[in-house]
Design a protein around this ligand. Structure first.
Ligand SMILES: O=P(O)(O)OC[C@H]1O[C@](O)(COP(=O)(O)O)[C@@H](O)[C@@H]1O
Ligand SMILES: [Mg+2]
Ligand SMILES: [Mg+2]
Length: 337
């Protein structure tokens, strides 16, 4: 791609659609609306200190977490944008206990359900550290025209038709896949367009970065403790010791490791015996992206995308990134538990 070639997100979406003669354009229309909502959220994030959008709103979500004003702002704008496109019959969100059913005629005929973490990295919002939005899209199981049900949401990650994230960082990027590799688009504020900047991203098989909240070290399983030791030991051949990098926003930590090589880990801990991260709208979409880039994503034993979901907000341990590094931590978990 020469540096002067500008391919906008919408052009890229339509170009990708043209490779599927049977495609009717519903998914393209939906992805276009994801881009629109991302721009609206980006506008507020960029001036967060100047407008009344920092801090808590005074309510808790179903996970018992204090909801931030920006969590709710992002939640509302993604819901509005996706409702108005008419392709989505229902939405599940980290910020809503049950899924939101769109019951008007147009939306009830929508083919897709949408799952999201509207604002990821909430603990970093008020301190101007990069944050994100994560999304996952499935074809509904119920018939068009019927009311969507839980069955439409509790599908394994392997059934995703598209997934991605938006990173609100020094620049704002949208990275997504529909199963044909992953591409990254950077928002050019001067033209208000996401433009193709990272074509067919491939993640290195190996890396020298490990990302984990070591503050929980004493609560980690023995295998994870052993793997952290392994990362810190000196060994020239394998470029160890690795560097420890942890931003505390899943999207940001994953994005860095995706481009540079590395492993992100959020194991079970005593305080989070099932893990902290949510399977449906954090781990499955990230796993789809990582696998499409040639990496690996598991719960320490099993491929994340093969986990059969049983509830909307269920949590899972999560290990993802460069294949050889994820294989290594799995080896330690097998041996030491
Ligand atoms: O502070 P901890 O325990 O390390 O957790 C950080 C993790 O929690 C999260 O903030 C959870 O996501 P939300 O901010 O969307 O609730 C992840 O982005 C991040 O990886
Ligand atoms: Mg999150
Ligand atoms: Mg969140």
């Amino acid at each position: 791609m020469n540096q002067y070639e500008v391919i906008t997100l919408n052009e890229f979406i339509l170009e990708s659609q043209s490779q599927f003669p049977q495609a009717e354009g519903d998914l393209s229309h939906l992805l276009h609306h994801v881009g629109t909502a991302a721009k609206i959220v980006n506008r507020e994030v960029n001036k967060a200190g100047l407008v009344d959008i920092l801090g808590e709103i005074g309510t808790c979500n179903v996970q018992g977490e204090d909801q931030k004003k920006l969590d709710i702002f992002a939640n509302d704008h993604f819901i509005n944008s996706l409702h108005s496109c008419g392709e989505v019959c229902a939405i599940a969100s980290e910020e809503n206990e049950s899924f939101i059913l769109f019951d008007d005629d147009m939306a009830r005929n929508g083919k897709y359900v949408f799952l999201m973490d509207p604002l990821d990295g909430s603990s970093n919002i008020d301190v101007n550290v990069s944050i994100g939005t994560i999304f996952s899209i499935y074809k509904r199981k119920t018939k068009q025209g019927e009311k969507a049900t839980m069955e439409d949401f509790l599908q394994p990650g392997t059934e995703q038709v598209a997934a991605g994230y938006i990173l609100y960082g020094s620049s704002t990027m949208l990275v997504y896949t529909t199963g044909q590799g992953i591409n990254g688009f950077t928002l050019d504020p001067s033209i208000g367009e996401f433009c193709l900047s990272h074509k067919k991203i491939k993640s290195p098989e190996d890396g020298i970065i490990y990302s984990i909240n070591e503050g929980n070290y004493l609560k980690f399983p023995a295998g994870v403790k052993q793997y952290i030791k392994y990362c810190q030991e000196k060994d020239v051949d394998t470029q160890r010791p690795y560097s420890s990098r942890y931003i505390g926003s899943l999207v940001s930590d994953v994005h860095r490791n995706l481009l540079k090589g590395g492993i992100f880990m959020y194991p079970i801990t005593e305080s989070a015996p099932k893990g902290k991260l949510r399977l449906l709208y954090e781990c499955n979409p990230i796993a789809f992206i990582i696998e499409q880039a040639g990496g690996k994503a598991t719960d320490g034993h099993k491929r994340t995308m093969e986990i059969k979901p049983s509830s909307l907000h269920q949590r899972t341990p999560f290990y993802c990134g460069s294949t050889n590094m994820v294989n290594k931590v799995e080896e330690f978990i097998r041996v030491f538990g």
